[in-house]
Ligand binder design. Structure first.
Ligand code: HEC
Ligand code: HEC
Length: 445
């Protein structure tokens, strides 16, 4: 119990101190169903607390995990500890170019930045609700900028790596057209800071050379950067891996739950997220539309910034619209006679009971017991619900490592009957030729 209270305090920091709640605090469960329509509507999301509360209460699958309780207690409530009282953030950021990185390595300090005519992105309160984009394309374009440019927080350890003269590509960060993806320079309280955006973990370069959130950046190695640049003990963005576990993490994973256990997740792909019935591997959030995802992303900005400021909502609706516009990750192979036979193996083995075509997912939630994979993340007091969602298999040939925690580096190792890693024991008693057909089929989805 003590750990739980510790976690809540950590997540809430400034906005939810442990002072007694004022009488107006409706608490986690007490608020009545609002008499407002919960259809997707950006204007309602931006202006109506009743609408946002209605979406939140509708879409949290289970109110018990701490993740849900923190949101129910604070989100869109206008009381002393309610997050509606948290001030809006104004960020001004510039891309971190290769030239600026070289300058930092040479001078051993971050440059004074001129945010004037050269200003690339000034996101903040000037994006007033009256200026809402008027077309789907305009929402997507704005959301794409938020995804790549809007900081989720300061990353001192990356700043040190730059001063140490390290090429960030050595840690799997991506350089594209002369700038790093997901790492930017920002002015914060008068000082230049290195900041990270969602794109650092969630973007990569596609076959077509376009950078997007369709596939995550599974080369990004947060642990090595923390170990090499003295940040092992610092609170990190979207990573709560304890210093003693950092050598186990590897690239493409982070432990998002501050719960004293090592229970990392593989970075999920956003391509095709529009079709996922649940958010999070533990399926703790129904994904019923733009509003569901907008609140999910709005609150991640707040909790990772220790709830000291909040992002403008128009940007969060735009970000959710962008993420939902991303097509599923593409298949990695063309269909062949062998893959067609594999399609039959897939059906005969009952894979489609959970991974139902054409989306290769379903709204089934599978219990930790039935799945038998490592349970730690699924029973964490933070996000654990006792269930896993069924991942979509579209593009699965290209999204190793597999399972919520990235336990298998290849499909071959996942379907190897002699493997020792527990769980997901489907398709393991096939003849070698049937297994080859099944894997050939998976690569064409
Ligand atoms: C350090 C890497 C990292 C960064 C940076 C990061 N995320 Fe994530 N994200 C993850 C991991 C790991 C998960 C899986 C967590 C889970 O399933 O509970 C995740 C899950 C998600 C999900 C749920 C996806 C799904 O398939 O259900 C959304 C939405 C999301 N992140 C949005 C964001 C946004 C928006 C930002 C920027 C504010 C961001 N993330 C920044 C690592 C990161
Ligand atoms: C009872 C439902 C169920 C059945 C049947 C099932 N799966 Fe799964 N599958 C899941 C769940 C749940 C996960 C995620 C488990 C986890 O992360 O711990 C998963 C994960 C996977 C993954 C990893 C995906 C990724 O992106 O990490 C692959 C590949 C996969 N299943 C293929 C198959 C194949 C092939 C079959 C049939 C031989 C099959 N599944 C049968 C529920 C099922």
């Amino acid at each position: 119990m003590r750990t739980w209270i510790g976690i809540v305090t950590l997540l809430c920091a400034a906005a939810c101190s442990d002072r007694a709640a004022p009488a107006a605090d409706p608490g986690p469960t007490a608020s009545a169903q609002p008499a407002v329509s919960l259809e997707d509507d950006p204007r309602a999301y931006i202006t109506s607390a009743a609408y946002r509360r209605g979406i939140l209460e509708r879409d949290l699958v289970d109110p018990k995990p701490i993740y849900a309780r923190v949101r129910l207690r604070h989100y869109s409530l206008d009381h002393e500890r309610g997050w509606d009282r948290v001030p809006l953030t104004d960020w001004t950021t510039l891309p971190l170019t290769r030239a600026l990185a070289t300058q930092i390595a040479t001078t051993k300090r971050l440059p004074e930045l001129e945010f004037g005519a050269s200003l690339a992105a000034g996101f903040g309160t000037e994006q007033a609700p009256t200026n809402l984009p008027t077309t789907e394309e305009a929402w997507v374009a704005l959301g794409e900028r938020v995804f790549f440019e809007y900081p989720m927080g300061i990353a001192p350890v990356v700043g040190r790596a730059l001063r140490d003269g390290i090429d960030l590509r050595d840690y799997g960060l991506i350089e594209h057209e002369g700038s790093y993806i997901g790492v930017r320079l920002a002015k914060h309280n008068g000082h230049t800071r290195v900041v990270m955006t969602c794109a650092s973990c969630h973007a990569s370069v596609g076959e077509d050379g376009v950078v997007s959130g369709i596939r995550a950046n599974r080369d990004y190695d947060l642990a090595r950067i923390r170990l090499a640049h003295g940040g092992a003990n610092e609170a990190q963005l979207v990573d709560a891996t304890r210093p003693e576990d950092l050598d186990k993490l590897g690239p493409g994973r982070s432990d998002v739950q501050r719960d004293d256990v090592f229970n990392p997740y593989a970075f999920p792909d956003f391509g095709g997220i529009v079709d996922m019935p649940y958010l999070h591997h533990t399926a703790n959030w129904y994904h019923r539309g733009v509003a569901s995802l907008a609140i999910r992303v709005e609150t991640v900005f707040m909790t990772h910034g220790r709830v000291s400021d909040r992002p403008p909502r128009v940007l969060m609706w735009a970000l959710a619209t962008y993420l939902r516009s991303l097509p599923p990750p593409p298949p990695v192979a063309e269909p062949s006679p062998e893959s067609e036979r594999g399609r039959q193996v897939f059906a005969a083995e009952g894979c489609d009971a959970c991974h139902a075509p054409p989306l290769y997912t379903s709204d089934v939630r599978v219990s930790l017991d039935e799945m038998g994979t490592d349970r730690a993340a699924g029973e964490s007091p933070l996000r654990g619900t006792g269930y896993w969602r069924v991942p979509s298999l579209r593009g699965v040939g290209g999204n190793a490592p597999y399972l919520h925690h990235g336990a298998f580096a290849t499909l071959e190792s996942m379907f190897d009957p002699s493997r020792t890693e527990p769980g997901h024991r489907y398709g393991l008693d096939l003849q070698p030729h049937e297994r080859a057909q099944l894997l050939a089929f998976l690569r064409t989805i």
